[in-house]
Ligand binder design. Structure first.
Ligand code: PHE
Length: 342
């Protein structure tokens, strides 16, 4: 008797599991739990047993009944969830994890927006570039050691007769002469070239790949005050209204005169702290476009003049107060615990 009951139970469970729609499930329910179903049939046979057995079998039959009822009702739920007509709009939704742009991309967008307000247009030039645009057209003599000094990555491909070797742009200045040629040597030019730059160095403050933003303005009557005013506009919008700009004499082949750009320290605002040198931070390079560079772009240096500046995006980002990164290379890590902070 006991075995028969358990067999019926197993057989029923197997059928319930297999059932693929509500009608089938209802059929199974009637077959086993219905008034003339298999379970009731068993109950009918109980009279033949002794009273002690009757009691035990009775308990077992009841247990089996409850088990089958539960199995059927949970199977019903499953089938309902699968069927499209059943939809409970009150169930809380599943929250999706939202990502965000990388902080370098965010900084690039912010820089672009600031310069856009004063008429600069973003341009893009090749990352794999000819030596000519990166160096020769920028007034570097052919034997100048700068090509080594700048730790250039040269590409192992045939040289071009006119443009020399191919390389990965070591600075965004390679876009200067390209921009002059793009406008058919006809100023005005107000270019912002934000791009990846590459140098063969890697330590706490250098990554072989980094980013620069380069401004180039060429027109009639452009002078150093325009350079200074443009830089002031940028730093006051990027770092804050109290930040000042200082130009310090320097040397670049493609600008004359050349300057290093310092700003008052973005952490202590010029008071002198651990991060700065007596309240000032070295930020970027700049100068008045060298006449030979204008000539390489087909522009008459007697009629036109211009200024240019080149600035590291990572550097600008790190100097922004609140973002202190002991090792620049962490910026490129894929560790989400780090990236989520920004
Ligand atoms: N290209 C220079 C550098 O990478 C920066 C610079 C740009 C200087 C434009 C002067 C004018 O260091």
């Amino acid at each position: 008797m006991r075995d028969r009951i358990l067999n019926i139970k197993n057989e029923a469970i197997a059928q319930i599991t297999e059932a693929s729609n509500s009608e089938e499930l209802e059929g199974i329910r009637i077959e086993y739990l219905g008034r003339k179903g298999k379970i009731n049939e068993l109950t009918g046979n109980i009279n033949e047993l002794s009273s002690e057995e009757k009691k035990q079998i009775g308990i077992l039959i009841n247990e089996v009944k409850t088990t089958l009822e539960n199995e059927i009702s949970s199977k019903e739920d499953q089938l309902h969830i699968k069927s499209a007509e059943w939809f409970d709009p009150t169930i809380p939704g599943i929250k999706q994890d939202l990502g965000h742009l990388h902080m370098i991309t965010q900084a690039i967008q912010e820089i672009e927006d600031i310069f856009k307000q004063i008429g600069f247009v973003r341009r893009r030039y090749p990352e794999a570039e000819w030596d000519y645009f990166a160096y020769t057209a920028l007034n570097f003599p052919s034997d100048h050691p700068a090509r080594d000094e700048m730790e250039t990555f040269f590409i192992d491909s045939p040289e071009n007769k006119k443009y020399g070797k191919m390389l990965l742009t070591p600075h965004t200045s390679s876009g200067q002469v390209r921009e002059m040629l793009r406008v058919n040597s006809k100023p005005p030019i107000r270019m912002l070239n934000i791009a990846k730059t590459y140098r063969r160095e890697s330590d706490a403050s250098h990554n072989p790949l980094f980013h620069q933003f380069e401004g180039l303005v060429v027109d009639e009557g452009i002078n150093i005050t325009h350079l200074k005013g443009t830089l002031e506009y940028f730093v006051q919008h990027f770092y804050g209204p109290n930040i000042k700009v200082r130009l310090r004499p320097h040397n670049f082949k493609f600008t004359e005169p050349s300057f290093e750009i310092d700003t008052t320290c973005t952490i202590c605002e010029g008071k002198n702290c651990k991060v700065c040198k007596e309240g000032w931070l070295e930020q970027a390079g700049s100068g008045m476009v060298h006449p030979n560079v204008l000539k390489a772009g087909g522009i008459d240096p007697k009629k036109y003049s211009g200024f240019a500046f080149g600035w590291g995006v990572e550097r600008a980002l790190m100097m922004k107060s609140g973002v202190k990164i002991p090792d620049l290379r962490t910026l490129y890590s894929t560790d989400l615990r780090y990236l989520r902070q920004f």
